[in-house]
Write a protein that binds this ligand. Sequence first.
Ligand SMILES: Nc1ncnc2c1ncn2[C@@H]1O[C@H](COP(=O)(O)OP(=O)(O)OP(=O)(O)O)[C@@H](O)[C@H]1O
Length: 328
Amino acid sequence: MRADVELISVTKRYGAAIAVDGISLAIPPASYCCLLGPSGCGKTSTLRMIAGHESISAGDILLAGRNVTDLAPVERGTAMMFQSYALFPHLTALENIAFGLRMRGVGKPERLAKAGEYLRLVQLEKMADRLPAQLSGGQQQRVALARALITRPKVLLLDEPLSALDPFLRGQMREELKRLQRELGITFIHVTHGQEEAMALSDIAVVMDHGRIAQAAPPREIFERPASAFVARFIGGHNVIRLDSGRYAIRTDRSWLAPGEGTPGLPGRVTAVEYQGPVVRVVLALADGQSAEAVLPDAHYHAAPVAPGDAASLGWEAQDAHPLPEDA
Ligand SMILES: Nc1ncnc2c1ncn2[C@@H]1O[C@H](COP(=O)(O)OP(=O)(O)OP(=O)(O)O)[C@@H](O)[C@H]1O
């Protein structure tokens, strides 16, 4: 099946600095793709190159099989939703949404009727006449989303769309984004810092590191088979442990704890215990200098509780140790 978005050896240089280093990626049609990675890894530069807001230093970008590398943003069939919604303060919610069509020369009555449809799509029909200042952050964001979608893009690009929201609204908007992507059947490419957000939303998650793709795969595959120690650490939920036989990623929820001296497993000492409701996180300093943690169901933990300073060993089942390559 032809990819909706294809990056072929795409590079971005700012002067002598390389922000994106020859990345290749094919995003299947109608998928939710998250770009994630630490600050400065090149996520936003990649998104901006797809949108056409940033020139491409080398390589090609194909959208639905068409080479758009040298096309202006409006010619690409993409729309971008920014972190700072960028709504016009003097226009109502409805007029803000209609604005995208005004730029494309659509007449006023048609624009407003269409804007009404998109206002309903984001469940804001009662807010049509409000100015942005009279809307909450989450509502402003829905307006920005509708404004981007009204142009019927083939690909919607989202630059950290949830980062300004409080945790409750963030969860709500996350569901909303996924619902819209499914209903509209288009590709969303979403830049995020949040591993949990990427896990929850992605059909394909792209973990970036220093301008390169460290791993691109469905989130479950990344979680179960991280391609490197970097990926295992970045997505979280893993211990990265060196043994005589090599380096392994072991899920912290598959790691068990044996309290006491001389118990089976790698010996260590508890340095922290964090109660998290359904689970308890126990951090260990291992005797060989490595650190590790076990995330235990609360009932298991409370059956044999430990405290900082206590001796305990860390263990796991052999099949739960995922071998990692040595770093290049
Ligand atoms: N306009 C620019 N001029 C020079 N260097 C830039 C420019 N924009 C980005 N960079 C550099 O390119 C690299 C990648 O930046 P980019 O914004 O793509 O990363 P990011 O992963 O989106 O980071 P963040 O999560 O902090 O937004 C960084 O080292 C950054 O300093």
